[in-house]
Design a protein around this ligand. Structure first.
Ligand code: NAD
Length: 262
């Protein structure tokens, strides 16, 4: 097992109530970081601290949770300001929160556009921008990772808006990497393939569809949240501080394929 030392570092993970974001938060806590989690809904902080105890080893003061709607710039800014107020630092930003919904070609509405852009792309851009402004004024800062997707480079008739947003994630990652390099801050994206989380459980709840999915992948299995969290920890650790502006596909080979494996 690779272990990183994030002791004394403050890490923000958006959309960390469950799924990939939650696993990232757990691993950062295990590695000694102060971690600020957020989600749509208020959480009972005592219950959350109990759930996170295996990772904090009782150091509850390293955990913060705020209700935050990432689709709102005001809400993101308030969250990031609260993090700095609480920990007096913000070293690592992981822009993870996102939604997936079917928006079939020929049926796209303005409401769908707004919801997808606000939640999946505007959220990441304004969080990166707050981080940039803060560190230009105050110094410090280590890394940003934006969660992208294989959909950023693939197409599908059901998801034009999701694909567009994630392609935007790749672009903003390169742009902010360019803008923050002079501060020594690296900015990268992690692009998952199909990872078993709530975001896609409806799609793959059918065992035969699940088997067809796994058979079609080079590695022969769907990903798990650890696969993504491991890449996020590496890209925000000091081991990777000469890697910037990259989109790392953690997809079991999905994007290598011209044809199904079987
Ligand atoms: P998930 O649905 O389990 O988790 C998404 C999290 O984002 C949830 O905690 C949810 O509450 C939060 N969120 C959504 N909208 C929000 C808002 N407006 N404000 C605050 N929080 C909000 O899904 P996941 O699979 O863990 O997805 C995490 C990221 O990974 C997303 O950006 C998603 O697009 C990306 N991704 C996932 C997969 C996959 O197969 N699971 C593949 C590619 C990319």
């Amino acid at each position: 097992m690779v272990s990183y030392d994030f002791s004394g570092k403050t890490v923000v993970v958006t959309g960390s109530a469950r799924g990939i974001g939650r696993r990232c938060a757990e691993k950062f806590l295990e590695a000694g970081a102060n971690v600020a989690l957020c989600g749509h809904s208020p959480r009972d902080i005592d219950a959350l601290l109990k759930e996170l105890e295996p990772f904090t080893h009782g150091e509850h003061e390293r955990v913060m949770y705020e209700t935050c709607d990432v689709a709102s710039m005001e809400s993101i800014n308030a969250f990031l300001e609260a993090v700095v107020e609480r920990f007096d630092a913000l070293d690592v930003l992981v822009n993870n929160a996102g939604i997936w919904e079917a928006t079939p070609v020929g049926e796209v509405t303005e409401d769908m556009w707004q919801r997808n852009i606000d939640t999946n792309l505007k959220s990441q851009l304004f969080a990166c921008d707050w981080f940039a402004k803060y560190h230009k004024e105050n110094g410090g800062g280590q890394s940003i990772v934006n969660i992208s997707s294989v959909s950023s480079i693939l197409t599908g008739p059901n998801t034009p808006l999701y694909n567009l947003c994630k392609a935007g994630t790749n672009s903003l990652t390169r742009t902010y990497a360019h803008g923050l390099g002079e501060l020594g801050i690296n900015v990268n994206a992690v692009a998952p393939g199909s990872i078993a989380t709530d975001i896609n459980k409806a799609t793959y709840s059918d065992p035969s569809a699940e088997k067809a999915m796994c058979d079609s992948l080079v590695m022969g299995r769907r990903g798990v949240t650890d696969d993504i969290a491991n890449a996020v920890l590496f890209l925000t650790s000091e081991e990777s501080n000469y890697i910037t502006g990259q989109v790392i596909f953690v997809d079991g080979g999905w994007t290598l394929q011209q044809a199904p494996r079987k």
